[in-house]
Design a protein around this ligand. Structure first.
Ligand code: C2E
Ligand code: CA
Ligand code: CA
Ligand code: CA
Length: 280
């Protein structure tokens, strides 16, 4: 038995080493891949569920079109890039591409579309964070209130005081400030109490298998109610079931995002969707 356990362990270690090797390779390739334009923007539509399920904008999500491996999902490269610091460059590239697209639309006389861009904790910690995002926004002459910056709750780790300052500065610069993945991790209610955020995004986990549907609904309904009273808009993400949608609508949730409506799609496809909705 002892011998078997030993060899099983060796096999396991071998597997881990193999994963690590692949990971490190991906991590190392990141910078060059970024320069070569291998990262693309996908956009997942967001829908205004209080106003006839109108398209209200989209969330920008990074996709790596790797020449050998094909499409690499963020779950595989974001953690690596957070470790080696490349996430800052990726965040900036995604934001820049978003602004570029918005500028091109406006130059054609089309109205801007609300886009939410993800900002990692490392990006937030950069001393020139606000300066950089404000400068790019200015460079492409993006109007105020069009770009939403999504911060995860890990921003709590930045320190509340520092985040308070940052939130004020980015709102001052004309960005909408969103707390992503609300309800996971760190002291969310305490953050709500103190932080000047505009939007709260209910984490996808709220709509995954709950042990008790009744309890889940009480919690979600009350978060929505509380947010409303604080003048914070609520977006529900990961909505897959018609049943969840009807509940959220009744509970007063403003915006929903999820496979029920659409999966993240290439920018060109999102643009077509925007055109269709405009006429419809
Ligand atoms: P997130 O910001 O919480 O984004 C939502 C994720 O949920 C996306 O996964 C989206 O495709 C997925 N999703 C949306 N609706 C549904 C649904 O109905 N069912 C299910 N099962 N999933 C749904 P994705 O695109 O794989 O991104 C994963 C995470 O990677 C994101 O989570 C975000 O934290 C990170 N990420 C993606 N792009 C960027 C980026 O440019 N910068 C940073 N810092 N992080 C990014
Ligand atoms: Ca997000
Ligand atoms: Ca999220
Ligand atoms: Ca998430």
């Amino acid at each position: 038995i002892k011998q078997q356990a030993g060899s099983g362990c060796a096999f396991y270690n071998e597997q881990i080493r193999e994963y690590n090797r692949r990971d490190m390779e991906l991590g190392r390739q990141g910078m060059q891949a970024l320069r070569e334009g291998q990262f693309q923007i996908y956009v997942q539509p967001k829908v205004d569920i209080q106003r006839g399920d109108r398209l209200s904008g989209g969330e920008v999500l990074a996709r790596w079109l790797h020449p050998q491996r094909g499409m690499v999902p963020p779950g595989e490269f974001i953690p690596l890039f957070e470790e080696n610091g490349m996430i800052v460059d990726l965040d900036r590239a995604m934001f820049r591409q978003s602004c570029q697209w918005l500028r091109a639309r406006m130059d054609r006389g089309e109205p801007p579309v609300s886009l939410a861009v993800n900002v990692s904790r490392l990006s937030l910690l950069r001393e020139d964070f606000v300066e950089y995002y404000a400068a790019v926004k200015r460079q492409f002459a993006i109007p105020d209130g069009v770009v939403e910056l999504e911060f995860t709750e890990s921003m709590a780790l930045v320190g509340e005081e520092m985040f308070l300052d940052l939130a004020h500065s980015i709102q001052q610069a004309g960005f909408i400030c969103t707390m992503d993945d609300f309800g996971t991790g760190y002291s969310s209610l305490n953050l709500l109490k103190n932080l000047p955020i505009n939007v709260l995004k209910l984490d996808i986990m709220f709509f995954r298998k709950s042990i008790d549907k009744r309890r889940e609904r009480i919690v979600v309904r009350n978060i929505i109610q509380m947010a409303k009273e604080l003048d914070i808009r609520v977006v529900a993400e990961g909505v897959e079931a018609e049943e969840s949608l009807e509940f959220l609508r009744a509970a007063g949730c403003d915006i929903a995002q999820g496979y029920l409506f659409a999966k993240p799609m290439p920018l060109e496809q999102f643009e077509r969707l925007v055109e269709e909705k405009k006429d419809g």
